[in-house]
Design a binder for this molecule. Structure first.
Ligand SMILES: Cc1ncc(COP(=O)(O)O)c(C=O)c1O
Length: 495
């Protein structure tokens, strides 16, 4: 591979790129139930793309030379603060995504602890097992120890008393979700806020996926637990625009109760030979496009537009839950409070699953739906995730009928479950003691062996086999297998 000696002409170039995209999921139309967010309004997309392109070249590294970006950011933060019922002291920053927002909250907590508690050498943060991996990633990057606590396996929410039991004098931060990705429920934020105040702790509420839509669901009459800055004790929040505010990817926000906490997020460097660096987020040079597009979409759609999209989304969720109730082999996990739903297998009299949900995921793919597999963990069984949005409603009847068919097919001709001998073997493996050849063999066994050009193939026969193996692996082994897989997947093609 090398840069072509002569540049391609535009038509050939885009023709080649379109061919690369042949197997990509559809981003619009509502058949993809994770990763992409379709408001069901092409005009929103048009506005977002226009602003994205018009500002893509401006650099948010230095707002003094691109003052429009400073203005956009302060106004976007202001709108979000009102949406999340924050007072005039609440401040924040636009970030590149939910993970960056959550990681910034961890960094701020760590740097604040370093300043206020210089003798604390091994800080910890307490998370429910349902908290997004972004917090574990933040802990890993910023050297904070994670203490995870279980959640109730019926409601999928953390019990404040269990959380209180995990907090000690090393704790610098508590986290709750509004809503959790896996089950779409809100943790008991008011009780956790009281705990945070009592123990004088920072408390982050992760509203990355739920924070934007929940206030609309409340206005539509849903019983939404208080989860935002109206709750005393909440000190920071994250909320993504690139999910249910339907902005282009690269658009999220972290908010703090006041600037004295937010100060710890900022980074400045004058001690070098070049331009002065002052960064609000991870990135230094960053396109102004996503921020401009967020400002544009919020102002274009408006509150009434978002309420309308939320009403269609809520109607779709209700229809999906009711439809799944008519399929005896499937059940909804917990009581979804936002627009995310997890479907798992019902159990038979002996306690065995009635259907293999990973098998159902693959069969749905043949019916041209992408529904997302989620592995079992900490009492939460293997399940199918659906992110419901503004384009979902008209598709629900067809979705439910195809689920019915896919379940019937998976019951009639199930893909074989993981071999018990393999399960036993995997359970006993220490990932740190395995060599490259053993990982090659394990990946081969999972159906993702080496490809002809030296990399690793993407699975083309469905993912049920891989998921079955990952589902029975202890988490450290599954994590290591995933790393080994990606380490083989991302390799340049050989000539
Ligand atoms: C609750 C929650 N937090 C954080 C994230 C991470 O967001 P991103 O994928 O934008 O980094 C997600 C993503 O779905 C999420 O659902």
């Amino acid at each position: 591979m090398r840069i072509p000696a002569k540049g391609m002409d535009e038509a050939a170039l885009f023709g080649a790129m379109a061919a690369y995209r042949e197997h990509d999921l559809d981003t619009k139309g509502g058949r993809t139930w994770a990763y992409v967010y379709d408001p069901g309004r092409p005009d929103v997309d048009r506005i977002a793309k226009r602003a994205l392109v018009e500002w893509y070249d401006e650099n948010a590294l230095d707002p003094t030379v691109f003052p429009s970006l400073l203005r956009f950011e302060n106004e976007v933060v202001g709108m979000a603060r009102t949406h999340l019922r924050g007072g005039p002291d609440v401040v924040g920053h636009f970030t590149s995504g939910g993970t960056e927002s959550c990681m910034m909250a961890v960094k701020s907590a760590r740097d604040r602890a370093r300043e206020l508690r210089p003798d604390l050498d091994r800080p910890t943060m307490v998370l429910p097992v349902t908290a997004h991996p972004a917090f574990h990633k933040g802990a890993h990057y910023f050297d904070v120890e994670v203490v995870t606590v279980p959640v109730d396996t019926t409601t999928w929410k953390v019990d404040p008393e269990v959380m209180a039991g995990a907090v000690d004098d090393r704790t610098i931060l508590m986290v709750a979700s509004a809503v959790s990705y896996a089950h779409g429920v809100v943790d008991p934020v008011p009780e956790l806020g009281a705990l945070a105040l009592e123990r004088d702790l920072l408390f982050h509420v992760d509203g990355c996926i739920g924070g934007f839509v929940l206030p609309y669901f409340r206005r539509l009459g849903e019983p939404v637990t208080d989860f935002d800055f109206s709750v005393p004790g909440v000190t920071s929040m994250s909320m993504d625009f690139h999910k249910y505010a339907y902005c282009p990817k690269g658009a999220s926000l972290v908010l703090y109760r006041d600037a004295s906490i937010r100060r710890h997020q900022l980074y400045a460097k004058a001690a070098w030979t070049g331009y002065t660096v002052i960064n609000t987020t991870f990135q230094s040079t960053k396109s102004g496009g996503p921020l401009a597009a967020t400002w544009a979409v919020l102002n274009y759609v408006g509150d009434d537009g978002f309420l309308d999209i939320a009403a269609r989304t809520l109607a779709a969720r209700k229809e999906i839950v009711a439809g799944v109730d008519t399929i005896p082999e499937l059940e909804v996990m917990g009581t979804p409070e936002s627009n995310l739903v997890a479907l798992t297998s019902a159990t038979g009299p002996g306690g065995a699953d009635l259907v293999n949900v990973f098998d159902v995921v693959d069969r749905m793919r043949t019916h041209r739906w992408f529904v997302q597999p989620q592995l079992g963990f900490a009492g939460s069984k293997a399940n199918i995730h659906l992110s419901i949005g503004g384009a979902s409603l008209p598709l629900v009847p067809e979705l439910i009928e195809d689920f019915r068919t896919a379940v019937a097919e998976a019951v009639a001709a199930p893909t074989p479950a993981a071999d018990p001998a393999i399960v036993e073997l995997l359970a006993g493996l220490d990932p740190d003691a395995l060599d490259a050849a053993t990982f090659d063999a394990l990946l081969e066994g999972a159906g993702i062996g080496a490809s002809a050009d030296g990399g690793t193939d993407l699975p083309d026969e469905g993912t049920a086999g891989i998921n079955a193996i990952l589902d029975v692996c202890p988490a450290p082994l599954a994590e290591r297998l995933l790393v080994e897989y990606f380490n083989r997947l991302y390799v340049p093609p050989r000539d």
